[in-house]
Design a binder for this molecule. Structure first.
Ligand SMILES: Nc1ncnc2c1ncn2[C@@H]1O[C@H](COP(=O)(O)OP(=O)(O)OP(=O)(O)O)[C@@H](O)[C@H]1O
Ligand SMILES: [Mg+2]
Length: 594
């Protein structure tokens, strides 16, 4: 199984990431141009200072009009640059939000479509949790880091170019002296991040302990162990302060180290300039301008190194996100779909093998083993077997939630691999073993399948299934709230809602997985009655846990450890004295005893 791992280099990851989130690329050139314009505003000041000194204060006296002009030019350029920078920030922020939105949607859709054959629900849940935190990392990076990299990066490049253009010797001196700063800062920042992570963890620990001591105060007091717990909280608080002090100490190192390198670099520049003397063609203005430029060059380094670290985390996050997007999805849509025939639909299983590959060791047992059965259109079939014999799995294959490992499933004579998903969903409905209800009213849970229906339509289907008396027992009838996951209803009632929901689709094939959990007698009568009504005239595969359902079916299929071991009518199978007759005897004994 493809576990998303770091298969791509950083550059490749960024390239693929941009392809996965194309909004990032939209208008990027224009944004970059705005960022450059914004950065140029900051380079212009040192140049104008140089001009003001060299041309505004020549030996023959102060040239007020030159300085005034330069000031006006500076004002215009700064205004323009500020506007450009603001535009760049806005554009980048907007694009990254769009990109993240698209990425989130794609990720959740993708995870949703992963085959149940390869990914259990828990694993999908874990993937969602992980991807959520990865996208959060990316979001944080985009909100600040991406912007900083772009703005700081363009600024540093531009300043470096201007420095080289002014005087390449001084520029090289500045770069060489400043270079160690880059590495020192990177190291310090890494320690700092780790120290703050540690401090935050300690903080959470203190909070947990305090809340435990407070909410468990009564228990602690009754056992007289309050003192011990108080000492524990004290120790955790002490660790917490130490962690924060440590982080603070590292942080305190950060600021002066930038200053030290700044002073060193500028000193080196000034000394080199003076040593070379006026003979080298370096004017006083150029010298001052250069010092300004050097500061400008150093300014963003601290932020830049910090952001580079963040970028690494973001790339790792993106790598995992891509890994998830590249997991192959479940049953693919056919390229050239075949329409299901009109009218009733037969269901055929032809030498079907299946195994769940969720363990990932390639050695999973066959959950269905060479199952062959033909169910003519309109037949009512019950599937029975012990728990774990593969009944639910068989239903899943008929509904094409997964494809068999070998063999073919056909509906209406068409292999399911050739049927489009929409066509199949309109003609075949599954009532799962544990139907999922969303928080909201019963009506909302019914309309979920067919949003265009009216309440009157719903009422009519409820009457058709003879469930009016049940609905009347509920506090608000069809508007009764079902609670989270339908928790306000009993398991049997949830299945009733699912039956009504299925009837709204009016399918030609109905797959019903009976609830395993015990259902009270009245609800059971309602369920079997509603099922009978719903099933009539449709091909029905009822996975029966209550053998009364099997007894009423036209035909019974018996699964045993994934193999179809018996196939016949209830009466025939009871007569035959095999697996089914023993199951039936046991069931009759248990129901008459209970
Ligand atoms: N999503 C899954 N991932 C991995 N293994 C699964 C999954 N679903 C079922 N299985 C395994 O496949 C086998 C058949 O399960 P299935 O749910 O089809 O049995 P069942 O006959 O419906 O059982 P029950 O009567 O308890 O509903 C079992 O061994 C089960 O552990
Ligand atoms: Mg089952």
């Amino acid at each position: 199984m493809s576990e998303p791992v770091g298969r791509y280099s950083a550059v490749e990851t960024i390239g693929r990431g941009v392809r996965a989130a194309p909004a990032l690329r939209t208008g990027f050139g224009v944004t970059l141009a705005f960022a450059l314009m914004g950065a140029s505003g900051r380079v212009v000041i040192p140049i104008l200072v140089q001009q003001a000194i060299d041309r505004g204060f020549p030996a023959k006296g102060v040239q007020v009009h030159v300085v005034a002009w330069l000031a006006l030019v500076a004002f215009c350029i700064i205004t323009l640059a500020t506007w450009a920078q603001r535009t760049a920030v806005y554009r980048l922020g907007r694009r990254s939000e769009e990109a993240l939105f698209g990425l989130r949607v794609r990720l959740f859709e993708h995870i949703h479509r992963l085959s149940i054959a390869d990914h259990s629900e828990e694993r999908k849940g874990a993937l969602v949790a992980r991807v959520t935190s990865d996208v959060e990392t990316l979001a944080q990076f985009f909100q600040w880091g991406g912007l900083a990299i772009m703005l700081d990066g363009t600024l540093m490049l531009l300043v470096a170019a201007v420095m080289l253009a002014y005087d390449w010797v001084l520029a090289v001196v500045a770069f060489v002296v400043a270079a160690p700063l880059f590495f020192v800062l990177q190291r310090v920042q890494r320690h700092l991040v780790r120290a703050y992570d540690e401090a935050r963890a300690q903080n959470a620990e203190v909070m947990t302990q305090i809340s435990e001591v407070v909410s468990g105060a009564e228990t602690l007091r009754s056992y007289g162990v309050g003192g011990r717990y108080a000492r524990r909280v004290k120790r955790a608080s002490h660790d917490r302060s130490n962690a924060f002090i440590r982080a603070g100490t590292i942080g305190a190192f950060l600021f002066p180290s930038g200053e030290v390198f700044g002073v060193l670099t500028v000193s080196a520049v000034v000394v080199t300039g003076l040593l070379r003397g006026p003979g080298s063609g370096l004017t006083a203005g150029a010298m001052v301008g250069f010092v300004f430029l050097t500061y400008r060059f150093l300014e963003p380094i601290a932020e830049f190194t910090e952001v580079l670290d963040q970028a690494q985390t973001a790339v790792a996050g993106m790598r995992r996100v891509l890994g998830v997007l590249e997991i192959p999805i479940g049953p693919p849509e056919p390229e050239v779909p075949m329409k299901l025939p009109q009218g009733g639909l037969a269901v055929t299983l032809d030498r079907v093998d299946f195994s769940y590959r969720t363990r990932g060791d390639g050695d999973e047992p066959l959950v269905l083993n060479n199952v062959t059965a033909h169910i003519p259109a309109g037949q009512q079939v019950a599937v029975v077997g012990e728990t774990g014999s593969g009944k639910t799995t068989l239903g899943r294959l008929v509904a094409r939630m997964a494809d068999p490992a070998a063999g073919t499933v056909l509906v209406g004579g068409v292999p399911l691999t050739r049927v489009s998903n929409n066509d199949l969903r309109a003609r075949l409905t599954v009532v799962p073993q544990e139907p999922f209800l969303f928080e909201g009213s019963i009506a909302a849970n019914l309309l979920f399948a067919k949003p265009k229906l009216s309440i009157a339509d719903l009422e009519r289907s409820i009457d058709d299934l003879d469930l009016r008396d049940w609905l009347d027992t509920l506090p608000d009838g069809i508007d009764t709230e079902v609670g989270q996951r339908g928790a306000q209803l009993s398991a049997g009632e949830r299945q009733l809602v699912a039956l009504i929901r299925a009837s709204l689709v009016d399918p030609d094939v109905l797959v019903l997985d009976e609830a395993t959990s015990s259902v009270d007698a009245l609800t059971e009568v309602r369920l079997s009655h509603a099922l009978e009504r719903l099933a009539s005239g449709r091909t029905t595969i009822a996975i029966a846990h209550r053998l009364s359902t099997a007894a009423r079916a036209d035909r019974v299929l018996v699964l045993d450890h994934g193999s179809l071991v018996e196939d016949g009518s209830h009466a025939e199978l009871v007569q035959a004295g095999g697996v089914y007759s023993r199951m039936f005897e046991a069931w009759v004994a248990s129901t008459s005893a209970g």
